[in-house]
Every structure is written in C-alpha cells, then in structure tokens.
Design a binder for this molecule. Structure first.
Ligand code: HDE
Length: 713
C-alpha cells in the first residue's frame, strides 16, 4: 500500500526514500494475507500430517499462488521492453507568444515528469542493444492535466499512414511460424515489407545508422516526430516540432560491440540509466522547438503533415526552451514503468494536433491498447498515471475502480448536485480544439505532397561523415545478408539506388549481386498511389544541402564531456599505485569513473606495498562494457600479457575504436601486441604517472571513439 500514498509530485521531489519509509514502518509490521489476516507460517503449506497431502482449505497458500499465477499482464504489443525514471521539467523563457500551456509559461514551476525509454520490436525480456528505434515517451504532470510527448529517438517514421502500422509491426517482429528472430530486423519479412514500401527509405537510413545502437539512453536525442500545434490565448496557432537534446551528447556503439554487449549484459542500457541516477549523475535533456507560422504551411518542398519528413534545423532553427532532469528511479518496475500508460492524445490547452494521418491513427490506438493491456478504462487511476490536476467527472464504475464516488448524481446537466462539476469556459482553462477549417470530400488517398520518398533519405545519407556512411553500408550489408530471398535483396538495392548510387553499389558489392538496371516499381506492389495515377519521383532531388545536425559526429551540439564514462584499469599484483591514483583522480575530476580490474577480487598489492581494492575480475569484465581502457605502469603489469582475457579485452577495445592509454610497463604490453597497430587513438607514455598523458586521454575520451581506426582494421 505504501506506494499508493506517494504522489507523482512526491516522486519528482525525491521525497522519502524506500529505506526511510521501511524504517518508519518496520515496527509492528507483520506479514498478512490480502485480507489483512496475520500469517503465522510463510514456509509450510497446510497438510494432513507432516508427510501427508496438502489441504484444499489452505486459503493462505491458495491466495499466494493465485496472485502469483496472475502476476503477468500482456506486454505492450510494441515497445515492450522499457526503462523508466522520474524527474522534472523546468522552463527557461515564457512561451506565451505561441502557447497558452501553463507549464510553458511559468518559469518558476518544476513540472514532474515520468519518462519511459524503450525498444520497439523485441519482447519485454529482450536485449537493450538491438538495432532498433528507441521510444522516448515523456509524461508531464502539469497543473492543467497530463501532457504526454510520446516520441522516438529518430525524428521520422517508417510509414505515412496509420493503416500500415499493423503490417509494419507484423513484418518486423519475430516471424510467426517459428518466432525467430527476437528483437532483430535482419530477416526476410521485415525487408520484404520495406522493399515494397519506398516511403520507409528515409527512416531506413536512420535505423541503419548508429542512432539505432545508442551508447546510453542518456546519450540519445528525442523527437516528437509529428508536427503538432501550439495555440496561444488569442487562439492563434503555430506548427511545432519537439526535440530533446541530451547534455551528454549523442553517441552510438559499434555494431559488433552491440552484439557482444547483448551477450555480456542484455540490461546494459537499463542498468546504465539506473546506476547513473542512483549515483546522483542525473541525466538532462534540453527541450527544443521548431516553430513554423501557419502561413508557412506550404512553403517547403515536403509536407509538414508527412511523418517521414523532418524540417532541417538549417531551415528552421531549434529554439531551446527548457530542460528536463531525471533524478529518481522508480520504486517498483511493474507499478510504474510497466503500468505507465502514454497517449499522444493526452494534451493540455495550448497544444493541439495536426492532420498528420499517422498521428490521427495513434489518437485511437493508445486508449485501445491500454484497455487490452491494463484491462480496464480505469487505468488513469493507477498511481503512475494519475493527474496532479483536480479531476472531477461523471465517469463511473468499471473493473477495479478505485474512486468511491459519493452522492447520487452521475450525469450532466444536473440540478440535484448543484450542477457540479461545471464546464470550464476558455478563460477558465477549458480545452477547446483549434478551430481549423476542414472542408473536403471523403477519400482514401495519399496526398501528392507526400510522394517524394527519396530526397530526405539522400539528405540524411549525404549529411553523414564518411565514417557514418560506412556504418550505414555495413548495417545494410549485415541486414540484407541475413535475408534469404534474393529477390528481396534485389528490390532493396533498387530502392537504395534511388537514394544514392554509391550507397547501392557498395551494398551490392557486399551482397555479391549487381544493382538491378531496371528496378521493379515497388509502388505497384502495395500502397496504390499508381492506381490513382500519381507520378512518384523516382530519384532523390539532386540539389540537397547537407544538414550537420543530422550527423552524430558533426552535430554542433555534440558534447565533449566525459562525465559518467566508465574507464577500465587493467591491473595486476605489482601495479604502480601512484600510476593508478594519478590517472584515477584526473578522470574522477573530469566526471568519469575508473574501474579496477585484476585477476582476482579482494585486494592486490602494489609495487609500493599498498593494497588496492579490486572491483571486477578478468572473468567478469569485458571491454564492450567500458568506454576506454588504461594500463598503468608497475613491475607486475608485464604478466598481464599472459592472461587470455586481457588480450581479448585489448583487441576488442582496439577493434571497437576505443581510446587506449598506457604508461610504463603498460605501454610495453600495447607495443608488444602484434594485433594492435599504433595510431592517434592509442596514447602511450614511457613515464610513470604522466600528467600529460592524463590530459590527452581525457581530451581523447571526449571524442567518444577513434572511428578513423576502422580504415586500418
Ligand atoms: Fe506507438 N504505440 N504507434 N508510435 N509508441 C505504442 O501503446 C501506434 C508511433 C511510441 O513507453 C502502443 O501503450 C500506432 C510513432 C512509443 O509506454 C500502441 C502507430 C511513434 C511507445 C502504439 C504508432 C510512436 C509507443 C503500445 C501508427 C513516435 C511506447 C503500448 C499509427 C512518434 C510508450 C502502448 C511507452 C507505444 C500504437 C506509431 C512512439 C499499440 C497505431 C510514429 C514511444 O498503442
């Protein structure tokens, strides 16, 4: 019962810790049944004689097992695997010119939030490091009601119309006959679908990029994807796109590394988020908006209502308006992260929808899915979903209703209840929909303004650095290499060729088949635009101006901080304690964390004779779980080269383009390793406790990876 007494506001303020709460309730707290009867023996079921059969009358056993049998609820049909955290949002400047939303006008309010990050395709127990889009859903508990910004870590989506969503998800999920593969898009049904859906090509560029394998949930951008509306108190509207910019920068891992992390620690992202918050390293994002006047609706060569398009930041800059801090882990995963119910239709006065046909479909889907998942229209009464705004209406009853409504009035208008509750006029904060004029024929059609599927795919590809482009080529070669049907590979090459001929040629080479000369017209297979006589542009627009904001490596907002990075210290008996201490202190001062690894747990004795506590052994630690590696000096360090796991550690660090620093005897280990070729990502010093090495290592780690190494390996 204790959690139900905590409010979302308490959670945001981080009020009472579990430990404090438990201490204050420890006295006189007995184990009871759900009916409050104190339990005398929680170890033995009721039997007829100590070796006899169990008795049906054991209501304590039956209650316990029945409850256990029903512990699972249906997992989310998409975004099943998630990690959540509480925090708050703070506004920098009042936004009254554009929106009347209270939380976007008062800079003194800390609006509580709950965020859930997720992968899309896998089941609830699947790995965090799947190549996938990440969900980035934020619930703002505003004083005017709940506002959910249910976005992703990529600014566009695979499809333009809600009608295609079940098809997309059926195609990407494990294949229905054998339920293989789990949390992976590298299989026939996904690419079969994609090869027939040219509208997916822009999103495909994003999911084949390193954005789909983030280093950390704390190092991802977030996007509202659809164009929404801001509405001010004069009822004037502006189009708006939402962006979350992480303070730690946007970083990905190498694909080989992602696959290895999945084996070493499939909870890598979940644990990283949890530990950062527990350690007080609260992740932060700034909220940015791109605002477009209604009069500019048709100004661009793409449609603002098309969710497969973004607005380049160079065309409409992102204005930063506030920040979000995540400062508290959930008390209970199920009660909060699993039961939280997001809905793009949860909006507050000052924010409104557009006619984006994907968004319009979502407005139906999310209540419907909660009914099946949480099992009742009363899901808003679950503590994590409760609004902090006063809530009064005449909705009644239903499964597991918590509220005990008093009195006999449950209708409006009424006189017996004094007319309560009253409708709110606009100036009393009543929600009114934006008064958009809609006057048209009913049609099942796609707007012609949605038909350029290749230009922004090419914009994304051409905005990447050569290293990032290589990663896209490798990802496509991996995914299509796992596809068994050759015709699907060929169709994909045809589509890639329509984005960029070089890209298609490189993937074709890896697949060992030529780019088809006259690719099949994929539109003939499916969405029917051809039936209506629409002429689809068959190639990307050639006059594309690259956008640096789309590249993780060029992104001007990239952060060079090494805060919260984990650096492995490869140690042994006889390590030089001063070498360890000097580097450890330098890293700590820069916000990073040194982890001492040695052949055994307990302590090791340094060459100076001091004891150094060991945190992990070589059997447990793996390079893929760290951001960089340091080998200190010391007589005993030379023996590290005899340890198989140390060699694997260094080789993986090298292949995944991590920065490696070493000094004294440590440097010799690197020099003598024939698998490692020295390059600027490897920082060696012959001296002990070299302060220059510390400075250059910290600077290097701020670059995240020395991706240039890939050319030599
Ligand atoms: Fe979702 N989506 N979606 N989606 N979505 C769900 O709702 C759906 C789409 C997104 O952490 C479901 O509560 C349809 C775009 C996130 O709990 C479901 C369509 C974007 C989450 C659903 C889309 C998203 C969901 C499953 C096409 C990025 C996880 C469980 C019309 C802007 C929220 C649930 C959480 C979850 C339907 C497309 C983001 C089934 C029909 C585009 C982050 O209702």
């Amino acid at each position: 019962m204790k959690n139900s007494k905590k409010t979302n506001q308490d959670n945001a303020d981080g009020k009472q810790s579990d430990l404090e709460f438990n201490k204050s309730h420890a006295e006189n707290e007995f184990l009871t049944t759900n009916q409050g009867v104190k339990i005398n023996d929680n170890n033995n079921s009721l039997k007829s004689g100590e070796r006899g059969p169990s008795l049906l009358e054991d209501f304590i056993l039956r209650e316990k097992i029945t409850h256990f049998d029903h512990e699972r609820i249906p997992e989310r049909i998409v975004h099943a695997r998630g990690s959540g955290a509480h925090g708050y949002f703070e506004l920098y400047e009042p936004m009254g010119k554009y929106t009347k939303a209270g939380f976007l006008n008062d800079t003194s309010i800390k609006t509580p939030v709950f965020v859930r990050f997720s992968t899309v395709a896998g089941s609830r127990g699947s790995t965090d490091l799947a190549r996938d889009v990440r969900g980035f859903a934020v619930k703002f508990y505003t004083q005017e009601g709940v506002f959910d910004l249910v976005g992703n870590n990529m600014p566009v989506f695979f499809i333009q119309d809600a009608m295609k969503f079940p098809d997309l998800i059926h195609a990407v999920k494990a294949e229905p006959h054998n339920e293989i593969p789990q949390a992976a898009s590298a299989h026939d049904t996904f690419w079969d679908f994609i090869s027939l859906m040219p509208e997916s090509m822009h999103m495909i560029m994003w999911v084949m990029s390193d954005r789909a394998i983030p280093r950390s949930l704390r190092m991802m951008e977030g996007f509202g994807v659809h164009t929404f509306r801001f509405v001010n108190d004069k009822n004037e509207a502006h189009f708006v796109k939402f962006h979350w910019k992480p303070k730690l920068g946007t970083h990905g891992v190498a694909w080989d590394e992602a696959q290895k992390i999945s084996g070493k620690n499939s909870d890598f992202h979940k644990q990283d988020l949890w530990e950062a918050i527990e350690e007080g390293n609260f992740p932060e994002w700034e909220l940015g908006v791109q605002i477009i006047p209604e009069s500019d609706e048709h100004k661009y060569d793409f449609d603002l209502l098309d969710p497969t398009k973004l607005i380049p930041e160079e065309l409409v800059p992102v204005t930063i308006i506030g920040k979000m801090v995540l400062n508290k882990n959930p008390d209970n995963f199920f009660a909060e992260t699993e039961q939280v119910a997001f809905h793009p239709g949860h909006i507050v006065p000052g924010i409104d929808f557009t006619n984006d046909p994907l968004l319009q479909g979502r407005l139906f889907s999310y209540t419907d899915t909660q009914l099946s998942r949480l099992g009742s229209p009363n899901f808003h009464e679950i503590p994590i979903n409760r609004t902090i705004a006063p809530m009064h209406n005449h909705q009644r009853d239903g499964h597991m209703r918590q509220e005990i409504a008093v009195g006999k009035v449950s209708y409006h208008p009424n006189s017996l209840g004094g007319g309560c509750p009253f409708q709110a006029k606009m100036d009393q904060g009543g929600f009114t929909s934006f008064n958009e004029r809609v006057d048209a024929h009913k049609v099942r059609e796609r707007s012609k303004s949605f038909s350029d599927h290749f230009s922004q795919a090419a914009l994304f590809y051409n905005s990447q650095t050569p290293i990032e482009q290589d990663h896209i080529v490798s990802a496509l070669s991996f995914e299509l290499g796992k596809v068994e049907t050759v015709a699907i590979r060929e169709r994909m090459l045809g589509l890639l060729n329509q984005v960029d001929a070089n890209l298609a040629a490189k993937v074709a080479k890896n697949l060992g088949i030529p780019v088809p000369k006259n690719p099949e017209k994929p539109m003939n297979h499916g969405v029917g635009a051809d039936d209506k006589g629409n002429q689809e542009p068959s190639k990307a627009n050639q006059n594309i101006v690259p956008s640096d904001a789309l590249s993780m490596l060029k992104n001007p907002t990239i952060s060079n901080t090494i805060a919260t990075r984990q650096i492995a210290f490869l140690c042994n008996e006889g390590v030089n304690a001063d070498s360890v201490k000097v580097m450890k202190t330098a890293l700590k001062n820069a916000g990073a964390k040194a982890v001492i690894i040695a052949p055994h747990l307990g302590t090791i004795v340094s060459e100076e004779g001091t004891e150094i506590p060991v945190e992990q052994t070589y059997k447990i630690a793996a390079s893929v779980l760290f951001d960089g590696v340091f080998i200190p000096s010391g007589k005993g360090i030379a023996d590290l080269s005899k340890i198989k796991e140390v060699k694997e550690f260094l080789n993986d660090s090298y292949h995944h383009c991590k920065f490696i620093a070493a000094e004294g005897e440590g440097a010799k280990i690197i020099k003598n390793n024939s698998d490692i070729k020295e390059d600027p990502g490897i920082l060696l010093s012959e001296n002990h406790s070299d302060k220059n090495l510390n400075v250059s290592f910290i600077k290097a780690l701020g670059r995240h990876r020395f991706w240039e190494r890939e050319k030599n390996i």
